[in-house]
Design a protein around this ligand. Structure first.
Ligand SMILES: *Cc1c(COP(=O)(O)O)cnc(C)c1O
Length: 427
């Protein structure tokens, strides 16, 4: 085997990476490789596989839908799968309107464009009180398209494009872990920073509720989010919750905002939306925002649309996935209890620092080298775990598990066993 002559893999440096593994099939929590080896997919294939691979109920729903209506232009037309999905997610999020796109980055772009244009449509566009500021948090990741990159923390990933990214105000993200006794101080500092930033007229504040994923599974306390939401509301700015990662049960409730007790004005959803079967993103918006676009003036229209808007196959998959989630809430509500004893035991290891766990996500930092995405320790751990039949993908020195809901207890124990021997091998 060698690198394919016609493919270009994502976030992959060919000069220094091993060749990709050939996958033949997948089922439940397992990937089956072309050479017959089996691997536990301990990170849900970049956080998308929700119940398990090839979940039969979702596969069947897609097959049925494909024979009925595979796609139709969504300007001038509507269809039952889209309408049912909008009704159900509205009821679950308290946000009445659903706008479709194709992935997490576009769901964020749409949220930002709605927020920005809503203020303009309000007539503040030429008034002195124009709200031009957008606030985001340190360590944020909101996607790889330009608007989403601009909202995200500047990093190795965004450096080449720096001159093309618009400026945002940044506020500290007081992330925490088990046994952290300095968190209140950091929360206090972050809230003061936010208050100062909000003195400038602000269109929107965007955050990843409960867990910042890509920057290293950085967990904040629900009370901090409630304090942020209060201040954003008091300043009259719009709150955007990027639940692309946290949405659909990852944090132990259907949405992290529900678990934290905050109500945003806009919410971006994608990864788990279709159970991990098909690419689709949605942006939920409040009725108040929607009404701000209804006008005889053509320029008040939200002129944004993607070719595959509301793809019926994606909608059918999302409906089937929601059915499963709502029929078995115990699968995600109890997940923390499955991680906790295993993570507690692993956390005894001297190289394992800052353990944390929210819902289906468990993470720790490895105390070796610097805290950076380029820290090679993650690759060492990845290689070691692969040999033990477990696939994971550390973020530099941050190691995390994010298994599908259907992972069995022996499989989960195998993941922790592999991690244990991987950190032992470092020592
Ligand atoms: C993955 C992710 C995105 C981007 O989603 P894509 O589907 O990869 O474009 C945006 N926000 C958060 C919080 C994410 O985790």
């Amino acid at each position: 085997m060698s690198w394919h002559p016609h493919l270009w893999h994502p976030t992959t440096q060919v000069a220094t990476s091993p060749e990709p593994l050939q996958v033949r099939s997948a089922r439940g929590s397992e990937l089956v490789l072309a050479d017959g080896r089996r691997l536990i997919d301990a990170i849900s294939s970049w956080w998308v596989t929700l119940h398990g691979h090839a979940e039969p109920a979702i596969a069947a729903a897609i097959a049925r839908q494909a024979q009925q209506l595979e796609q139709v232009i969504f300007a001038n037309f509507s269809h039952a799968p889209a309408e049912q999905l909008a009704t159900r997610i509205s009821a679950l999020t308290g946000l009445e309107r659903l706008f479709f796109s194709d992935n997490g980055s576009t769901a964020v772009e749409v949220a930002l464009k709605i927020a920005w244009q809503w203020w303009r449509n309000q007539g503040s566009g030429d008034a002195a009180g124009l709200r031009r500021q957008v606030i985001a948090f340190e360590g944020a990741y909101h996607g790889d398209t330009f608007g989403a990159m601009a909202l995200g923390e500047r990093s190795l990933f965004t450096d080449p494009y720096e001159p093309l990214l618009f400026a945002v105000a940044r506020v500290a993200w007081p992330h925490s872990h088990w046994g952290d006794d300095a968190v209140e101080q950091r929360e206090h500092h972050a809230l003061r920073q936010l208050e100062r930033a909000l003195e400038t007229p602000t269109a929107a504040v965007i955050l990843e509720p409960l867990i910042q994923g890509a920057s290293g599974m950085r967990v904040v306390r629900p009370a901090f989010l409630r304090a942020v939401a209060e201040r954003v509301k008091a300043a009259g700015a719009l709150l955007i919750a990027d639940e692309v990662f946290t949405g659909f049960s990852r944090t132990g409730d259907l949405f992290a905002c529900r678990r934290a007790g905050i109500q945003p004005d806009l919410m971006a959803l994608s990864k788990g939306l279709t159970g991990g079967f098909l690419p689709m993103g949605v942006t939920m918006a409040s009725e108040r925002l929607y009404q701000g676009f209804i006008s005889e003036r053509p320029e008040a229209t939200f002129f944004h649309g993607h070719s595959f808007t509301a793809n019926p196959l994606g909608c059918a998959a999302a409906l089937a996935s929601l059915d499963l989630l709502q029929a078995h809430p115990e699968r995600f509500q109890q997940f923390e209890l499955r991680h906790t004893p295993l993570l507690e035991e692993l956390a005894q290891h001297p190289l394992v620092r800052r353990p944390r766990c929210v819902g289906t996500m468990a993470a720790f930092d490895v105390e070796a080298g610097e805290a950076s995405y380029l820290n090679p320790v993650g690759k060492q751990i990845q290689r070691h775990c692969l040999e033990q039949g477990v696939y994971l993908r550390p973020l530099g020195n941050v190691v995390y598990l994010l298994p599908p809901l259907g992972i069995s207890t022996p499989q989960l124990e195998q993941c922790y066993g592999a991690l244990r021997s991987a950190v032992d091998a470092l020592a």
